[in-house]
Design a protein around this ligand. Sequence first.
Ligand code: ZN
Ligand code: ZN
Length: 416
Amino acid sequence: MTIACTDCGTLQDIPPLPWGAVAVCPTCDNRLERTNGRSINAALACASATFVLLFPANLAPLMVVSMLGMTRQSRLGSGVVTLWQHQWVLVAVLVAAFAVVLPFVRFGLLSLVLTLLQLGHRPRWLGGAFRWSLHLDQWAMPDVFLLGGAVGYSRIAAAMPVKIGWGGICLILAAFLCMLSRATLDKRAVWRTLSPESPAPPAAQAVIACRFCDLVCPAVAEGSPCPRCGLRLSARKPDAAVRTAALTVAGFALFIPANLYPMSVDRQLGVLVPHRIVDGIEELFQAHLWPLGVLIFCTSIAIPLLKLAGLSWFLMSVRHGTPGTQPRRLRRLVLKTRLCHLIDEIGRWSCVDIFTIAVFLPLMQFGGLVSANAANAAPAFLLVVVATMLASHAFDPRLMWDAAFAAHSRGVPPEP
Ligand SMILES: [Zn+2]
Ligand SMILES: [Zn+2]
């Protein structure tokens, strides 16, 4: 079965793999297929259980706090409502999308696709639906919301009594199953069940590969929809370098106000206390919650900076090639390609701090006594996360390999 490696673009012939085997691209070391611990049935069970658990996780209270005889409950959507009422419309809309709406769409769609596959139904739209369920994987964030909720819980528990409700327990289970469904989903098996790959094309035939499902098609099909997943076929992601560059510049520009201005403002007995990202980290350290302080430092400062620096490095490689002698150049390309995957995977975890605020806000509304509100850095920070996630999705690592192959064929002298 012939596919094209999504990282370096070279054609690879993969025989049907036995249980527990791994197929690795010999050019770039990319893991092309892994059968160990993966099955369509397990992914279907996890995805449908997540979908069902999302209902109580959204409807029942996550946490209940009491202060001076008053109690406040927080549901998954309460933060969205409070943010909206406080006029933080952009933050409210994005939190609602990532934490409430997209998890339902992603797991509903994935459960539907896998159920139809197991029942032997193959309607024409099934490939497109599976592609969308994979697209939404990064944007549906019950697991990231759970981590944000855990940080919010620790911050509140340090100040007042707080109880976890049934919604909280269902969210913990849903987030765990969400991660399990990602780990067990054998994407290649699903694509093969939808439409098997053909054997290797003749060497003389020009081919093009779908950049989403890796199906190899004749080059003349460029511009038409992929027969398997419906994505428009193109040799490389369209305008990948320009889009990535524009989004990276936007990310850098927004990162400055996101760190200079406060993310939230507390009002305690009439006194306003602003909290920038660094203030929040410092408070967690002072409250002896240093693991959470390290976590917020990593997700809110280190990961966005790593993403922006990494994307800039990749763009430089596309423009100027990768220097070095051939084995060294290959090692650097493999490193950059792996870093590219890492950046794509970890980007969503930067939302932790925003979700902490979304959990924190509705619980901290005690009139004139204690209240909390989001502040100017919240939308800026959320836009940094969205811009860098879009940038890493828009980037095509094959461009770095193309630039290196082109430099090699031109005979660019190795660096001293
Ligand atoms: Zn490869
Ligand atoms: Zn495709």
